[in-house]
Design a protein around this ligand. Structure first.
Ligand code: FAD
Length: 374
């Protein structure tokens, strides 16, 4: 008899976990995803509104983007790779011919800027679905169910025995791996009665977006790479955007982050899902201020003349790097304390690294799944 695994959420971690667990012939794996089942990147969408229509993001969280559908956040993210787990993804450095005008200005303005390393093959950006799930989707011991939102985990005593769906349906299982992302994984656990002090508290990198009005000569089509370079110096990261989609022609951006610092917040359920952020600690605010000052000084330098006609520091969050919101209840192998057959293997179980989260989330999911598969 096969052991029945149920993976909740077919995003970055869920695709890795479902693929790894279904390597084991004595396991049967059901992957349940709330969004659509197409899985590919949504690079054609030019705005958040487009993405919401395409159901590629959670519409209730537009100010704090979270991907939806197979691939999850890896279908809408920047695909700029850094941190642990680089060896687990197809990592490809941007070539000189692919650089956009804002990339080139940044590279010329700072010796610390480098061409970006992107998750892609043969020039095509890849979601976790493309990399991990698509090659194994035909396996007979793997069922992929899309368009099905999990409402709660079901227990027999302290043992997880399946889930209830938002439409009232039930799926039975012998074990459940929660991979609904740093916002929705704690929501699911809290709704299922898994609570502990600190549950739902997450960390993110302090960040800001500097909007750029591009000189006419620097405007490129939205078929070109959004980001082709990155500057990293002493914990500061500056990511140039050569365009921001057809919805805002002639615009670019510099996204600025303080990667060694923390912006703390919490996920709560108040009828709907709510995110709140604490004010930045003085040290973290200083680090972000220094990062923004570095970016502004670069914008004032010669390489940016003729590329940027004007700029404006906005209040917008630049990074969506929430992590750690379930760490209050998981051990290092992803097991949920006090429960049998219940695991968490996504960014909600990750301690915020001083890097991006795509590769580190893949690394964590891969490690937890390998332990469960052994
Ligand atoms: C816009 C954006 C840009 C980013 N850019 C970068 C970058 O360039 N480099 C980098 O390293 N990192 C980047 N990140 C961060 C990185 O992509 C994410 O941290 C990582 O992909 C999170 O993976 P995850 O598996 O934890 O969650 P996700 O990939 O978000 O997956 C969660 C999945 O669970 C599903 N789900 C949620 N609730 C339920 C439910 N109740 N029932 C069923 N399914 C459910 C969701 O629809 C989703 O598919 C970016 C993130 C965003 C949002």
């Amino acid at each position: 008899m096969q052991k029945r695994w149920l993976v909740v959420g077919g995003g970055t971690a869920g695709c890795v976990v479902a693929a790894r667990l279904s390597d084991v012939a004595t396991y049967h794996v059901t992957l349940v995803e709330a969004g659509d089942g197409q899985g590919g990147r949504l690079d054609g969408a030019s705005s958040l509104a487009d993405l919401a229509v395409a159901s590629g993001v959670w519409p209730s969280l537009q100010a704090y983007v979270q991907g939806r559908g197979l691939g999850g956040s890896s279908r809408v993210n920047g695909a700029v790779l850094s941190g642990d787990g680089l060896d687990l993804l197809p990592a490809d450095t941007v070539t000189d011919a692919e650089l956009g005008p804002v990339d080139r200005a940044l590279l010329a303005a700072s010796p610390d800027a480098r061409p970006a390393v992107l998750a892609r093959r043969q020039g095509r950006l890849l979601s976790a679905h493309d990399i991990y799930l698509a090659p194994v989707r035909e396996r007979t011991n793997l069922d992929v169910v899309s368009g099905a939102e999990v409402r709660a985990i079901r227990f027999d005593g302290s043992r997880a025995v399946g889930v209830t769906l938002a439409d009232g349906g039930v799926i039975d299982a012998d074990a459940v791996v929660v991979c609904a992302g740093a916002v929705h994984s704690p929501v699911l656990l809290m709704r299922s009665g898994v609570v502990a002090p600190g549950m739902g508290e997450f960390a993110d990198h302090p960040s800001r977006v500097i909007d750029l009005l591009l000189d006419r000569s620097a405007v490129v089509g939205d078929d070109r790479l959004v980001t082709g370079a990155v500057l990293r110096r002493s914990g500061t990261e500056i990511v140039p955007l050569n365009h921001v989609g057809a919805g805002a022609p002639g615009r670019g951006a510099l996204v600025v982050g303080a990667l060694r610092h923390r912006r703390r917040g919490r996920v709560t359920i108040d009828g709907d899902v709510r995110l709140s952020f604490d004010p930045l600690d003085p040290d973290d605010a200083t680090a972000l201020g220094e990062a923004v000052t570095l970016a502004v000084n670069l914008l004032d330098s010669r390489p940016f003349r003729g590329v940027v006609a004007g700029w404006r520091i906005t209040d917008a969050v630049g990074y969506f790097h929430a992590a750690g919101s379930c760490r209050a209840v998981v051990d290092t192998d992803g097991a949920v304390a006090g429960h049998e057959g219940l695991y968490v293997a996504d960014s909600s179980a990750l301690e915020l690294p001083a890097s991006g989260l795509y590769a580190p989330t893949v690394a964590l999911a891969s490690r937890v799944a390998s332990t469960l598969a052994s």
